[in-house]
Design a protein around this ligand. Structure first.
Ligand SMILES: [Zn+2]
Ligand SMILES: [Zn+2]
Length: 432
C-alpha cells in the first residue's frame, strides 16, 4: 500500500474531526501521505488534484479493531484483497486483522509471510493482532516479544478463549512484558458449550441450545480480577448488559488500561433477528435480548465502550446454509458498520464517528483518528443522510452472511482515501 505523494485538495466539505474536536466547513489539504492542514472554504487555492465533495461530511478514516481477513488458509471465505476492498467500501482506512488463520499468526516467519501478502494485496492499512499461544494451544505460549518486533499491535485469544485464571494471568503478564495490549475474547466455554444462539425466548421457541449471557459476563469478571498483572486489557465484542455492569464496576481499579468494543449488530439488533435471518444472524457471542441491546447502546453513548468494531467474520454461502445448528459462527460487518451506527445510535455525528475513528485509534495507540497537520492522509467522506438498502450480493466482501440483508440504513461512505490515495469513490473501487 504505497502512499501517494501528489497533493490532493478535498474541497467544499463539512469537516467532522472527533480527534481534534474541529467541526465546520473547510477545505482539507493532503500531501506526501500526510494531512497538511485545513483552510476556510475557498480561502486558499487548491493544490494538486482536487476532489469536490459538495458539503459532504469529511472525517478521519474509520478504523476497525476487529476483522477476520481469513488469509492465509481460508481463502474460500475471504482474502486480503476482498476483505480490504470491503473495508474501503465501508469507509475504513485501517483494520486490525485477527490471527485465527491457517496457519495461526503466532510466530515471526508467519508474520513475515503475512506482511508480504499485505504489501501486495491490501487496499487499506492492516495492523496485525498476533496469537497469544502457539497454534491456539493454551499451554504453549507464543514469543510475544518476537511478535512485537514483527509489528503486531496487540495479542489476543480471539476464537480460542483462555479458560483458566492461570492462563489468563499468564497471558496478561506476558503481553504487558512485551508492551502489547491484550484483546480478550470473553467466554466461559463450560457455560456456552453447545449453545448456538442466546439462551432465552428465541432459543426456547426454536428448540435449539442457547448460550447464557453469563458465559460472557463471568469471563469478563474473571479478566477484570487481574488488574495487578499490569498492562492494557481490551475486551472484544461485548454483547451483554451484565458485562457492561462489570466493566463499569472495574473502571476505578483499571483506569485507562481497560477498554472495550462492541459491534453494530449488538446495538442494532436483538435475538429476534435470528427468526428472520437464521444462520446469518448466528455469531459468537450471540445477539442478546432487547434489554441487553439497549444497555450496549447506552454504554456506547456514555463512552464506557469507546470503540465500535465489526468482528467481520466472512463464511462461504454453503457453510452458512448448513442451518442454525451446524453453520459456523460469524457475520460480515465492514460494509454495514457505518450505516448501522449512523442509523441506530442516538448520538451526535461527532460522537458516532469518534467511536469509529479516534476511539479505536486510542485503544491500540494507532496512527490516525484525527485530521491535525501531520496525521496520516487517511480520510473518509460520507453522505450521512443517504438512505440505502443492504444487498449482500453487491458486497465487495466474499462473505454474504449478514443479519442486515434487506435492511434500510442511513449513512454511507462516498469516498475513502488511504495515505492520500483515493481508493473508493461514489460506489466504486478506484483502480490506478
Ligand atoms: Zn471473538
Ligand atoms: Zn473475532
Amino acid at each position: 500500500m504505497a502512499e501517494r505523494t501528489v497533493p490532493l485538495t478535498i474541497r467544499g466539505g463539512n469537516i467532522v474531526d472527533p480527534g481534534t474536536g474541529f467541526c465546520g466547513p473547510a477545505d482539507l489539504f493532503l500531501a506526501g501521505g500526510r494531512v497538511v492542514g485545513l483552510a476556510a472554504p475557498g480561502e486558499q487555492d487548491a493544490v494538486g488534484e482536487v476532489l469536490d465533495v459538495a458539503g459532504r461530511v469529511v472525517c478521519p478514516g474509520l478504523i476497525d479493531l476487529h476483522v477476520h481477513l481469513r488469509e492465509p488458509g481460508q481463502s474460500h471465505k475471504e482474502t486480503i484483497a476482498t476483505g480490504t476492498r470491503a473495508a474501503v467500501a465501508g469507509g475504513f482506512t485501517a483494520v486490525c486483522c485477527m490471527p485465527n488463520t491457517t496457519p495461526v499468526l503466532d510466530r515471526p516467519e508467519r508474520l513475515r509471510d503475512l506482511h508480504e501478502r499485505l504489501a501486495k494485496h491490501a487496499m487499506c492499512r492492516v495492523y496485525v493482532i498476533g496469537a497469544v499461544c502457539l497454534d491456539n494451544d493454551p499451554e504453549r505460549p507464543a514469543d510475544l516479544e518476537a511478535l512485537a518486533r514483527c509489528g503486531c499491535v496487540a495479542v489476543t485469544d480471539d476464537a480460542f478463549p483462555l479458560q483458566t485464571q492461570q492462563q489468563r494471568r499468564n497471558a496478561l503478564q506476558r503481553a504487558a512484558a512485551a508492551g502489547l495490549p491484550f484483546v480478550a475474547h470473553c467466554e466461559d466455554k463450560g457455560l456456552s458449550a453447545g449453545g448456538v444462539i442466546n439462551e432465552g425466548a428465541v432459543s426456547g421457541q426454536l428448540g435449539v441450545p442457547g448460550q447464557p449471557d453469563r458465559a460472557e459476563s463471568e469471563a469478563v469478571a474473571a479478566w477484570l480480577e487481574l488488574a495487578d498483572c499490569g498492562g492494557r486489557l481490551h475486551l472484544a465484542h461485548i454483547s451483554a448488559a451484565a458485562s457492561v455492569a462489570a466493566i463499569a464496576g472495574a473502571r476505578a481499579t483499571w483506569g485507562d488500561r481497560l477498554t472495550a468494543e462492541t459491534a453494530p449488530h449488538y446495538f442494532a439488533l436483538n435475538e429476534h433477528a435470528v427468526l428472520e435471518h437464521g444462520a446469518n444472524a448466528k455469531m459468537n457471542p450471540p445477539l442478546r435480548t432487547e434489554a441487553d441491546r439497549k444497555c450496549i447502546l447506552q454504554a456506547v453513548k456514555d463512552g464506557l465502550i469507546s470503540a465500535v468494531a465489526t468482528d467481520h467474520a466472512p463464511h462461504a454461502a454453503e457453510e452458512k446454509a448448513r442451518g442454525l445448528m451446524d453453520a459456523p459462527f460469524g457475520v460480515v460487518g465492514l460494509e454495514t458498520a457505518l450505516g448501522a451506527s449512523l442509523s441506530t445510535l442516538p448520538m451526535a455525528i461527532t460522537d458516532i464517528l469518534a467511536r469509529l475513528s479516534s476511539g479505536p485509534a486510542q485503544v491500540l495507540a494507532l496512527p490516525g483518528g484525527h485530521l491535525a497537520p501531520g496525521a496520516p492522509a487517511d480520510v473518509t467522506i460520507l453522505d450521512p443522510e443517504e438512505h440505502w438498502t443492504v444487498v449482500p450480493s453487491a458486497f465487495q466482501s466474499m462473505g454474504r452472511n449478514t443479519p442486515f440483508a434487506g435492511v434500510n440504513l442511513r449513512g454511507r461512505a462516498w469516498a475513502t482515501i488511504v495515505g492520500g490515495r483515493l481508493v473508493w469513490h461514489d460506489g466504486h473501487l478506484v483502480d490506478e
